[in-house]
Design a binder for this molecule. Sequence first.
Ligand SMILES: Cc1cc2nc3c(=O)[nH]c(=O)nc-3n(C[C@H](O)[C@H](O)[C@H](O)COP(=O)(O)O)c2cc1C
Length: 275
Amino acid sequence: MKRLFIFAALMIMCISCNRNTTLVAYFSATGTTKAVAEKIAAASQAELYEITPEEAYTDADLNWRDSLSRSSVEMADPTSRPAIKGGIKNIDRYETVYIGFPIWWYTAPTIINTFIEQNNLLGKNVKFFATSGSSDIDGAYKAFKKQYPQINWSGAALLNDSSAENIKSFISKGYVVGGAYGIKVLSDTVEDGVRTISAQTCSDVCSEQIIVSVKDGIVLKAEIVGGCPGNTVGVTQLVKGMNVDEAVERMEGIPCGGKKTSCPDQLSKVLRLFL
Ligand SMILES: Cc1cc2nc3c(=O)[nH]c(=O)nc-3n(C[C@H](O)[C@H](O)[C@H](O)COP(=O)(O)O)c2cc1C
């Protein structure tokens, strides 16, 4: 009897240690994001879950040129929550959840809101990825941070180029080396516990490059290359010693002139990579 009990206990332990703790959940209307999701799941030994709409999207539904199409109507309504067919049995067993989707109207389709609100993602590492015609993931990131600030958003990548190198970078670093949030990461190194990221800014701002060093969540050093010297030096002096979260919060979304971004906003995008 005792032997039987030990055998059963070992079996249970064995099953639970083999349990997958990573989930890749994705919505894909025309198959592009699905192909990327499959690559991420294969590379991270994760379970794959397709977010399937209760009512499938037809070609007419997806016509973004028609302001009355189903997708246009849903995306124009912030309360829209399209129903999902079926669901995940036990979300609690996943430590890391990747959420994938196509960019619709510069952000995530509202069925992703349904998924997030139906599943308790608190306390998990949640990373998202997207495919698009050309838009970046900044809109989705800002929307998620605003709508679900309590979720630990620990990575994001636009994976239009889902090369093995980009998939690997996304899984290990939480972003894609070539392009993240519209900036281009040039290098990412760690020395004596100090992580330094250098990135090329987007062409909308006067500065060209931003280099930031962070240790234990605190900005040690920041440098903005190019741009208005007085302002940029002032900003980098001010963020020194600041918590990364707070610095991002303060600078995110600052515009410059008629442009939607600025050197401080670009600095906040580099800082996001440390979150
Ligand atoms: C309703 C709708 C809205 C879209 N909006 C955007 C957009 O704002 N920016 C963009 O770059 N691509 C946009 N696209 C293109 C998709 O993001 C792109 O084709 C994506 O890779 C499709 O992924 P899927 O095959 O997984 O559905 C849109 C597509 C649809 C159907």
